[in-house]
Design a protein around this ligand. Structure first.
Ligand SMILES: Nc1ncnc2c1ncn2[C@@H]1O[C@H](COP(=O)(O)OP(=O)(O)OP(=O)(O)O)[C@@H](O)[C@H]1O
Length: 340
């Protein structure tokens, strides 16, 4: 649904150049919630602003729903009109809501429809439907100043949906909200994704956001995507930094008389009593040093750090047993030798 190839953005100001995007190749599949995570300055905002051409990329292409937006932006006066039409099919939700304080909630939601030239009656009907969808029917006549942060963001989401977009871009939509409100807004995005088949690309600096709603994720650093994939695929990738950050584990490294193994559970394997089977089959004592289980994108996943008695060579068979049962089992770094 969204593809970028070699996307580059270089800002030039006062003789200085800042490369915010450095050849980003991104692929977001239809109907998924895709999260881009990274620290401040990694280039996340530049990426999302280039995806809907709010910002002109320096080079590279952006295709949304089969339309090459970069080509539309480049073809003279008519291009502006075509680009606006294509953009109306991409909704955008902002961190600070960007509502007009002098307009009522309903008038804020109607705004994009006004710009698209819909009649008054049509606009009002559509705005009421959208407010109903985001659970704010009773606030139609209120002004933004009378709403809580979460309610303002619901208005922002209703407005983003006015043009019946197939894609929703979310720029840190929950960063200004408290944890409980964050959860309810993420739940709303998830519901909309499912009910409307909406593809959602969101950027965030919060791992919890990725954990709660994303099917896929990418890690961004210094203008580049350094890891990306489905969350369950990343969890199954040895050495994945995203997986380790989603499920951090602590515990000392393996030594001569013990082997420390990090086990990743996902899919069917997450619900099987594999650890007790392992202990029984090989008659070994297993210590659990740390564990993090959670629901990611509606599926149970998790990681566990366990200790097996004896050095690595003596535990090859038990580790094979875990892998045979569909679990990812990695030996944590040994004190002297580094990772096996
Ligand atoms: N309009 C601009 N002019 C010049 N430099 C800019 C501009 N916008 C962003 N940058 C620079 O580009 C780099 C990436 O910024 P960007 O805002 O895309 O990152 P980010 O990951 O979204 O960070 P944050 O979460 O802090 O917004 C930064 O070094 C930033 O200073």
């Amino acid at each position: 649904m969204i593809t970028t190839t070699g996307l580059t953005k270089v800002y030039r100001s006062r003789g200085r150049e800042v490369t915010a995007l450095d050849g980003v190749d991104l692929q977001v599949a239809e109907g998924e919630v895709f999260g881009v995570i990274g620290q401040s300055g990694a280039g996340k905002s530049s990426l999302i602003r280039c995806v809907n051409l709010l910002e002109r990329p320096t080079s590279g292409t952006v295709t949304v729903d089969g339309r090459d937006l970069t080509a539309l932006a480049g073809r003279g006066p008519r291009a502006g009109k075509e680009l606006r039409a294509a953009r109306s099919r991409i909704g955008m939700v902002f961190q600070h809501f960007n509502l007009l304080s002098s307009r009522t909630v309903q008038d804020n939601v109607e705004l994009p429809l006004e710009i698209l030239g819909h009649s008054g009656a049509d606009r009002a009907r559509r705005a009421r439907e959208l407010l109903d969808l985001v659970g704010l029917s009773d606030k139609a006549k209120a002004y933004p100043g009378q709403l809580s942060g979460g309610q303002k963001q619901r208005v922002g989401i209703a407005r983003a949906l006015a043009g019946e977009p197939r894609v929703l871009l979310s720029d840190e939509a929950t960063s200004a909200l408290d944890p409980e409100t964050t959860r309810s807004i993420l739940q709303l995005l998830r519901d909309l994704n499912r009910r409307l088949g909406l593809t959602v690309l969101l950027i965030t600096h919060e791992m919890d956001v990725v954990k709660t709603v994303c099917d896929s994720a990418a890690l961004m650093e210094q203008g580049r995507i350094v890891e990306s994939g489905t969350v369950s695929g990343l969890l199954a990738t040895p050495g994945s930094r995203l997986a380790a950050t989603l499920f951090p584990l602590s515990g000392d490294p393996s030594t001569a008389d013990r082997t420390i193994v990090d086990v990743t559970f996902h899919g069917d394997a997450a619900t099987q009593p594999v650890i007790s089977q392992l202990a029984r089959t090989y008659n070994i004592d297993i210590s659990i040093l740390g564990a993090a289980m959670d629901t990611v994108g509606g599926k149970q996943v998790g990681r566990m750090r366990i200790e097996l008695p004896g050095r690595f060579e003596e535990n090859v068979v038990p580790i094979g047993f875990l892998r045979e049962r569909g679990l990812q089992a990695e030996v944590a770094a040994t004190a002297e030798e580094g990772a096996k």
